[in-house]
Design a protein around this ligand. Structure first.
Ligand SMILES: Cc1cc2nc3c(=O)[nH]c(=O)nc-3n(C[C@H](O)[C@H](O)[C@H](O)COP(=O)(O)OP(=O)(O)OC[C@H]3O[C@@H](n4cnc5c(N)ncnc54)[C@H](O)[C@@H]3O)c2cc1C
Length: 255
């Protein structure tokens, strides 16, 4: 039998996760519950973290945007703060799954359950994100996401994620027809020094990110990103189309 706990404090959740060996945090349940139904997990304790205020909130500073780990895709998509400071992230969140996934699923849950496949990874890599967890701060580019959900220590919780605020950004996605996952996702950001950051993610290839010098054409990154990611010819063609669209969308406006 699995016991269900619903602590209201962060420390309460951490204590439960550390005290019980076969335990796991549950946020929106969109990834975990199907696995539990299929008996893919042998869990004795489920620790619900949806009542913990420390895991919520969206705040913007002059240089960064901070999003609580338990914020849902819907809240990120509809937040006025996100729309005002980083509309490309609202657009990204709006592309995720279906209405139920977006209303229940959380950003931390997506990153833990699909570290290499979630759309957020493209934004997090391009925007040089930091994960703030119960053990400390971790720059996303140094996290071994290939380790799957084991990139966190047992009992470690993601409190929030912070990203740098670019001058302009765009997210483009080629979605799987049925599930809506990104078969290819490209996040491009332009910084105030006119350099660009690009990150590409998707099913079946290695996520890749790169920084372009000021004046370098975004659309010229195609061969480099293709080589780094190991894209197949179809994905390569989509990437090249996305890069040209991003180039046009990120042109600085002339007044
Ligand atoms: C049909 C379908 C379509 C989908 N389409 C997309 C898509 O297009 N793009 C995309 O990016 N994703 C997609 N997803 C994935 C979806 O985003 C995730 O299922 C969802 O965000 C998981 O979040 P959750 O809060 O429900 O996590 P849960 O199911 O509650 O938990 C999942 C895992 O995350 C851990 N976890 C949750 N919160 C924390 C935290 N704060 N700290 C540490 N660990 C935590 C849990 O312990 C568990 O291991 C899809 C999923 C489905 C089922």
């Amino acid at each position: 039998m699995t016991r269900f706990h619903r602590p209201v404090t962060l420390q309460g959740a951490v204590n439960l996760l550390q005290r019980h060996a076969l335990s796991e945090a549950i946020a929106g349940g969109q990834s975990l519950v199907p696995g539990l139904r299929d008996r893919a997990h042998d869990l004795k304790h489920l620790v619900a973290i949806d009542q913990i205020g420390d895991l919520r909130g969206i705040t913007a500073g002059p240089h960064e945007l901070i999003i609580g780990g338990a914020e849902t895709h819907h809240h990120i998509a509809s937040s006025q703060i996100v729309r005002d400071t980083l509309p490309a992230l609202s657009d990204l969140a709006r592309t995720i799954g279906d209405a139920q996934i977006r209303h229940r699923g959380t950003v931390a849950g997506a990153l833990v359950s699909r570290p290499l496949g979630t759309d957020y990874l493209a934004a997090l890599l391009a925007l040089e994100a930091t994960l703030h967890t119960t053990t400390g701060d971790h720059a996303i580019r140094y996290i071994d996401l290939k380790a799957g959900d084991r990139f966190l220590a047992p009992g470690e919780l993601i409190l929030s994620l912070s990203v740098r605020r670019p001058e302009a950004a765009i997210y483009q996605k080629h979605a799987h027809d049925a599930a809506g996952y990104a078969t290819l996702g490209l996040f491009c950001a332009r910084w105030t020094d006119q350099t660009h950051s690009l990150a590409v993610i998707g099913a079946g290839f290695a996520p890749s990110h790169m920084r372009l010098a000021a004046g370098q054409a975004v659309s010229d990154a195609g061969p480099d990103m293709t080589a780094r990611s190991g894209l197949n010819p179809f994905a390569e063609a989509v990437l090249n189309r996305f890069l040209h669209q991003a180039q046009a969308a990120l042109q600085p406006r002339k007044n």
